[in-house]
Structures are given as C-alpha cells and as structure tokens.
Design a protein around this ligand. Structure first.
Ligand code: FES
Length: 135
C-alpha cells in the first residue's frame, strides 16, 4: 500500500514526465516564425533592375519592373505547360515560341493568357513569394 510520500513522489514523477513530453511536442504545435514551406524568400538586392531573378527549383522568376515594382511569375507557359525561359526582354517558351514581356503579358502566341502571377511582398530587404498550392 502506497503511503502519502510515495503517492506524492509518483504524482511529481508523472507531472515531470508529462511536462517533458509536452515540451518536446511544443515545437510541433507552434507555428514557425518567418517563412513557411509554401513560401520562398529572396534578397531584394538579388533582383536586377529591369531584370529577373530565376528560381528554377521553384519554377518562378521574381522580376523588378522599370518603375521598381516587384512581381513574381510562374514560369509555366499558359499554352501547354512548358517551362519558359528568361530573356533580355521577358520570357520565351521553347516549345511553340510564345513570348511574354517582363510582366508576363503575352507578346506573341500561340499562348493567349499571361503568365500567372504569384503573390509576393517586400519586407525591408527581403521579398517573400507565396508558392502555388500543389495540385
Ligand atoms: S507550351 Fe509554350 S507556346 Fe506552347
């Protein structure tokens, strides 16, 4: 039969183990500050004025327009889905020759729709792009 001292020790041991377990799980229960796995951040200084920073691993380009605005474009061609490549004046699709300007608007077909813009925001010297949801 457990006395009051043993019962108190068992209670304290259980309490300590529960606190340790909860502490170990805490990092999985709280949101990560900063960027999420569905975002990518790039230094604003890496985007050339009037040019594009291409992130092939994410299939996107971050462009800085001549007026200083920043845009993020999905590099998937809106015609049949090939990957467009950055050029001096915008983007070109190697499959059927569609051309897009630096804002992603169609210059020549067969594509008829602009490149998809991704949500992005500048926070100081960092630009964060929200990646599209996986399909
Ligand atoms: S897939 Fe790009 S022009 Fe056809």
């Amino acid at each position: 039969m457990a006395g009051p001292t043993q019962s108190r020790r068992r209670f304290l041991r259980t309490l300590i183990l529960a606190a340790a377990g909860l502490g170990g799980c805490w990092r999985f229960l709280t949101p990560v500050r900063g960027i999420t796995p569905r975002e990518v951040a790039v230094p604003a200084a890496d985007i050339p004025p009037g040019g594009a920073l291409v992130l092939p691993e994410h299939g996107l380009a971050v462009t800085r327009l001549r007026d200083g605005q920043v845009r993020a474009l999905n590099l998937t061609c809106t015609h049949l889905g090939c990957r467009v490549t950055a050029t001096e004046n915008g983007f070109t699709c190697p499959c059927h020759g569609s051309r897009f300007d630096e804002q992603g608007a169609v210059l020549t077909g067969p594509a008829t729709r602009a490149l998809y813009q991704l949500e992005c925001q500048q926070d100081g010297d960092r630009i964060t792009v929200r990646l599209p949801e996986a399909t």
